[in-house]
Ligand binder design. Structure first.
Ligand SMILES: [Zn+2]
Length: 177
């Protein structure tokens, strides 16, 4: 634990690295999540695209972290972010929906490190339905390993739980019998 705490303090309070006069920061968004986890993108790197969110998107990411992601992390342990914030052209390259909440910093795809995705998903939906946490839309995928979690800072969080079938259709998620 001391090693983890030391790293969090160093990155959160100061900066990840300095390059000449420019300072590249990697702020801590919440106790267990840093901005870089949400901006790294293999796709952006492959196509040479910048994936730099603005202040509004970062504020949304922070709310997403402080809300359902930290809650879920407290329940099931570490969450690895497979896709977070996507700049418009990165989202296009990813084949994401035009109005994707990933573009707004309101959504992240995560893969639990210490439990199965399905167990984590069931825990999150149970938490939402018990009023212990709030999310806008959570989606689990038959053909992909991650789960999608979104949160809105303004307007209504719908508390919607969906399952995406292998053919791409979305249906309401129901717990396994
Ligand atoms: Zn997603």
């Amino acid at each position: 634990m001391p090693a983890v705490r030391a790293r969090a303090v160093r990155v959160g309070v100061c900066c990840a690295r300095r390059t000449g006069i420019a300072t590249v920061t990697d702020p801590q968004l919440s106790p267990h999540f840093r901005l870089s986890e949400f901006t790294r993108s293999a796709l952006a790197a492959r196509f040479g695209l910048a994936n730099t969110p603005g202040a509004w998107e970062i504020g949304n990411l922070r709310a997403l972290c402080l809300g359902p992601l930290e809650w879920l992390r407290g329940e099931v342990g570490r969450l690895d972010v497979s896709s977070g914030c996507r700049a418009l052209d990165v989202n296009r390259a990813a084949g994401g929906a035009a109005g994707s909440q990933h573009v707004k910093g309101q959504a992240a795809d995560v893969i639990p490190a210490g439990t199965t995705r399905d167990e984590a998903f069931a825990a999150l939906v149970a938490g939402m339905r018990a009023g212990r946490t709030v999310a806008d839309q959570v989606i689990t995928y038959d053909a992909k390993p991650h789960m999608h979690v979104s949160f809105r800072t303004a307007g209504v969080n719908r508390g919607q739980a969906l399952r995406c079938l292998s053919d791409g259709r979305y249906i309401p998620w129901v717990p396994a019998p």
